[in-house]
Ligand binder design. Structure first.
Ligand code: PMP
Length: 552
């Protein structure tokens, strides 16, 4: 080849690759600038972070607080420790012994607070993780303490535990004659399908054993029917623990077919409009409470930067834009309602935000108290084989899918939901919770307490308004006030809808009391450090732990 031909070939190649380059740049622009937006980098960074922890002295003055404040903290902590020892002895002992054989408990127990403080708190403020009874809005621990339950059973508990006990009992009664026969269906399956079709506005339904599996199936179908591979999820969104929806920290396997893009951003719409490899967009509407942020766990509370703000109007517009672009481009819009389905409205997030998806996933509460996952979708997306290509199928099974007892409990759940009494529960729900949370925030503000609550109906997250390294301590003060939180702590307070005004006010009083004690004990009184300075301090500690381990 002569030089001229070579040059011409080179010019042709670069001209041909220009659009590709443009697409790559657009993709980069559509990623959230944080580590959360960069799965591979975040995994590498997570591996790099060294362990270090605070001894007794550093535990109380990790922000350089003056000795007077440190003394108050020590005193407060000692009192709290004594209270825990007196109030939760059996539950704590039982938990400590059982945890040796329960991997999950070891994990959740360790990651309740930032790791530098974890061991010290774990050994002294032992509340335990076992309960033996539930009733109304309360759970009872092994010491007989009645705790107001704000764990929400990971979101399952929308209508109160008694409601689910009844669903399970009724479900088992209805299906007991058949028992655990799998393969052939109990007739209730047909009724459940018909009710779900009505609620979701979809044509077909498939049942699975968990929310994670429902999401797996929805994505698989989207890939099958679109003939494309890439799945778009939004920065920070949780969709279960399957590899493809969890490309970042927590999953050791590299994921290559997932784009994690910015939520509520025109850059993302541009990518969806121009790329040809996207099979589906997966949306967890819970992110409307904190777009682009991870689920707010207390173990990440290194300062007071936790952010949340629910703007229904803006999120509705965003979903409408997504709907439009997905329709234009033949991309499946999957609304993952595993968490929020049946909480916001009878028709879930689709009804609440006025958007019709192509596929919707449900789980959690839909099982009426038993484990379940479900996909509802338009026929075009749900079909698992092709008439004209008999070997080209989209396989999905699952031994326990459509288990008769689960179908029975689901049936009891769905039937109740469609009674006039329950329809009334949904009427005015949004206003009811907004008014309650406003009342709570007014109290916190008038008490001069540096905390507030942001809500999306009955799902809440606490924000901290004064820079501090110790916000995570509030979960222990809350437990001392008789409030049960899940292991993520104050990042997710989940109310069930059976809370009466009086019970809600009881939570309000307990939250105010916990915050007041926390304040008196000096945990918020830190210092001259603002949030940025706290971050710099932690970074310095990290670097010295990494590079000067002996100096620790
Ligand atoms: N999707 C969403 C939106 C969820 O909140 C969850 C669970 N928290 C899942 C999927 C996974 O469901 P499961 O835990 O039942 O597998």
């Amino acid at each position: 080849m002569d030089t001229l031909t070579l040059l011409a070939a080179g010019a042709f190649a670069s001209a041909a690759s220009l659009p590709k380059l443009k697409q790559r740049l657009e993709l980069s622009k559509a990623k959230h600038p944080s580590l959360r937006g960069h799965a591979r980098m975040s995994r590498q960074f997570a591996k790099w972070i060294p362990f270090w922890e605070y001894d007794e002295e550093r535990f109380f003055n990790s922000d350089g607080a003056p000795p007077e404040v440190v003394a108050r903290r020590q005193d407060g902590f000692r009192k709290l420790e004594a209270l825990y020892r007196e109030r939760f002895p059996k539950t704590a002992r039982f938990t400590a012994e059982a945890a040796e054989g329960i991997s999950d408990l070891q994990f959740t127990g360790t990651y309740r607070v930032p790791f530098q403080y974890s061991r010290y708190v774990r050994e002294r403020l032992r509340g335990g993780a076992f309960v033996s009874e539930s009733s109304g809005v309360f759970v009872k621990d092994l010491d007989g303490n009645q705790l107001i339950d704000l764990t929400g059973a990971y979101g399952v508990n929308v209508f109160g535990y008694d409601f689910y006990k009844e669903c399970v009992d009724q479900g088992i009664r209805q299906t007991h004659d058949l028992g655990p026969v799998l393969g052939p269906y109990h007739p209730l399956v047909a009724e459940n399908v018909s009710r779900l079709k009505g609620i979701s506005g979809m044509d077909e339904v498939s049942f699975h054993m968990s929310g994670t599996e429902a999401v797996m199936q929805a994505v698989r179908l989207a890939r099958y029917h679109s003939g494309r591979q890439k799945l778009v999820r939004f920065c920070g969104a949780y969709h279960g623990w399957w590899d493809d929806v969890q490309p970042g920290v927590g999953n050791p396997h590299p994921v290559k077919d997932t784009y994690t893009l910015k939520d509520m951003a025109p850059d993302t719409l541009r990518v969806l409009r121009t790329r040809r490899d996207i099979a589906c967009v997966l949306v967890n509407p819970l992110q409307a409470l904190h777009p682009n942020m991870n689920a707010p766990g207390d173990s990440m509370l290194i300062n007071s930067e936790r952010w949340a703000h629910f703007d229904k109007q803006a999120y509705t517009e965003w979903l409408q834009e997504l709907r439009e672009v997905c329709s234009e481009r033949g991309i499946a819009l999957i609304l993952d309602e595993v968490f929020l389905g049946f909480r916001l409205a009878l028709g879930g997030a689709q009804e609440f935000f006025g958007v019709q998806a192509d596929l919707v996933t449900y789980g959690k509460t839909l099982g009426g108290g038993l484990p379940v996952g479900a996909v509802c979708g338009k026929q075009r997306w749900m079909k698992r084989f092709r008439e004209d290509r008999p070997a080209d199928i989209c396989f999905a099974r699952g031994t326990f899918n459509s288990h008769p007892y689960v179908m029975g409990a689901m049936n009891a759940f769905l039937r109740r939901l469609e009674t006039p009494e329950f329809r009334e529960v949904y009427d005015g729900l949004e206003e009811l919770w907004n008014v309650r949370i406003r009342r709570l925030n007014d109290r916190l503000r008038s008490g001069g307490l540096p905390v507030d609550v942001v809500n999306m109906l009955s799902v809440c997250t606490l924000r901290y308004l004064r820079p501090s390294r110790y916000n995570w301590m509030l979960q222990y003060y809350l437990r001392a006030q008789g409030v049960a939180l899940s292991w993520v702590g104050t990042g997710r307070l989940i109310f069930s809808h059976n809370f009466t005004e009086t019970e809600f006010d009881e939570v309000l009083e307990r939250l105010v009391a916990a915050a007041r004690l926390m304040e008196q004990d000096g945990w918020w009184e830190s210092s001259q450090l603002d949030n940025k300075a706290i971050k710099r301090r932690v970074l310095r500690e990290m670097l010295s732990a990494r590079f000067l381990p002996a100096s620790r």
